[in-house]
Write a protein that binds this ligand. Structure first.
Ligand code: ACO
Length: 401
């Protein structure tokens, strides 16, 4: 592959290269507002609070279809018919198997209680050991048009890694996949050892669909950068996992739930949150680089949480979370009136995943299991673009004497 960008030479597309330091170009900290490329996968409108996923508003599509259908939509541009959906389900089921070396690694990580995101990162990287993964496409299992074999293998095996690791940490043996369950129900079965109810499976499908893709977020950008170097899909997903781990990106829902638990009852919310802000701390689950109104994903997940908690013993937790949200919004408006800090996706993510019986350490790995489908879609778009991503930095160090 021939890349068109160069590392050092001035070029017509980038005339600033080699400019004297007096001609300092405008900087773009955090690359905010920089449009990297075109995408067919998702459109994020931060002013209007809209998220479009491959032609569908998130609130219309996420609560309605299975995660497998959502993958098909993202990767092919249309929802699957029955035969296509069945073929994708079969392709994923055939790949629900972990290499022996990956299972050995999970056991070692469980002994040492490694952070679940670091474990998922290592276990995903260990797929490089699998003889079935072949960049030439000549593994024992061939690609199933229109899907790439490595892409399917990543999506099928990463839930096994998360569930096996969780069980090993609890002193339990990993379970073999259930032959009949779809992706979301399968994951709950592999974690808990029993078939979930329809409401639980629906809640997880809705969650996975809601967070599948979201523009040029930090982890997606990371995946695109890696693929732009002509690297491989497993490396792109491993790099993206590293970016997703941080609390300013995918690592917020655990702390958001901890905050609700620490508050404990609605009457304590205001004093607790005020003290947190006075200490200069951030309220997890609020604020977003792009949204200036409520993150539309928060509304979808609030609905999923409402259904999930409707009859359960933890109904009070849902009510408490809503009151904490209201207090947080009031105080953030006082604290930073110019910023318009609103609820983001992580706040209700925490509630949904907790309601499905997951420990908070697993929230970010679950996010990753969905976003992997988005990363893969972006990797494919970036690969077709055949352009190395290579921004510049402005040198402010000493000049040679
Ligand atoms: N609580 C309190 N203050 C906040 C919050 C918050 N949640 N979010 C932003 N602010 C304040 C900052 O302290 C900062 O104040 P300053 O100008 O006095 O320094 C100002 O608002 C701007 O903050 P930035 O970090 O520049 O805003 P940015 O748009 O880059 O940040 C971010 C977005 C990182 C999500 C931020 O709002 C935050 O830290 N939120 C809490 C963590 C969180 O919920 N992360 C999940 C994001 S969703 C996702 O990635 C999937």
């Amino acid at each position: 592959m021939t890349h068109t960008a160069t590392d050092t030479a001035p070029s017509p597309s980038n005339p600033a290269v080699g400019m004297p330091s007096s001609n300092k170009p405008p900087l773009h900290p955090g690359l905010a507002d920089i449009v990297l490329s075109e995408t067919r996968l998702s459109r994020v409108d931060g002013q209007r609070g809209e998220l479009v996923l491959a032609g569908y508003a998130v609130e219309d599509i996420a609560p309605r279809v299975s995660f497998e259908a959502m993958i098909h939509l993202l990767w092919t541009g249309s929802l699957p018919d029955d035969a296509e959906l069945a073929a994708l389900r079969r392709a994923l089921a055939e790949r629900r198997i972990l290499p022996g070396a990956t299972v050995a690694l999970l056991r070692k990580a469980a002994e040492r209680r490694v952070h679940p995101m670091d474990t998922l990162n290592m276990a995903t990287a260990s797929l490089h050991l699998s003889t079935a993964l072949s960049t030439s496409g000549e593994g024992p299992m061939q690609s199933v048009a229109p899907y790439d074999d490595t892409a399917l293998r990543l999506l099928a095996s990463m839930p096994l890694m998360v569930a096996a690791y969780e069980r090993l940490c609890q002193g339990l043996e990993p379970l073999a996949p259930h032959p009949e369950l779809g992706h979301a129900a399968q994951l709950l079965y592999l974690l808990h050892g029993e078939e979930p109810s329809d409401i639980q499976a629906r809640a997880l499908d809705t969650y996975l669909n809601t967070v599948i893709d979201h523009g040029a977020n930090a982890s997606t950008f990371t995946a695109r950068v890696i693929i732009s170097t002509d690297s491989d899909l497993v490396s792109a997903v491993v790099g993206a996992l590293g970016a997703l781990k941080g609390p300013l990106h995918g690592g917020a829902p655990g702390p958001a739930l901890d905050m609700v638990f620490e508050i404990g009852e609605a009457s304590r919310a205001e004093a607790y949150l005020r003290a947190k802000l006075a200490r200069g701390e951030r309220l997890m689950g609020f604020g977003h680089r792009v949204y200036r109104v409520r993150d539309p994903r928060a509304a979808v997940l609030e609905g999923a949480a409402r259904d999930l908690y409707r009859e359960g013993p933890q109904r009070e937790l849902y009510e408490l979370a809503r009151q904490v949200e209201a207090a947080a919004l009031r105080l953030l408006a006082e604290h930073k009136p110019e910023r318009q800090l609103r609820t983001n996706v992580e706040f209700y993510t925490a509630l949904v995943l907790h309601g499905l019986g997951l420990r908070s350490d697993l929230f970010t790995p679950l996010f990753a299991l969905s976003r992997t489908a988005g990363w893969i879609g972006h990797a494919e778009e970036q690969r077709r673009e055949r352009r190395l991503i290579r921004p510049r930095l402005w040198y402010v160090g000493p000049e040679p004497v």
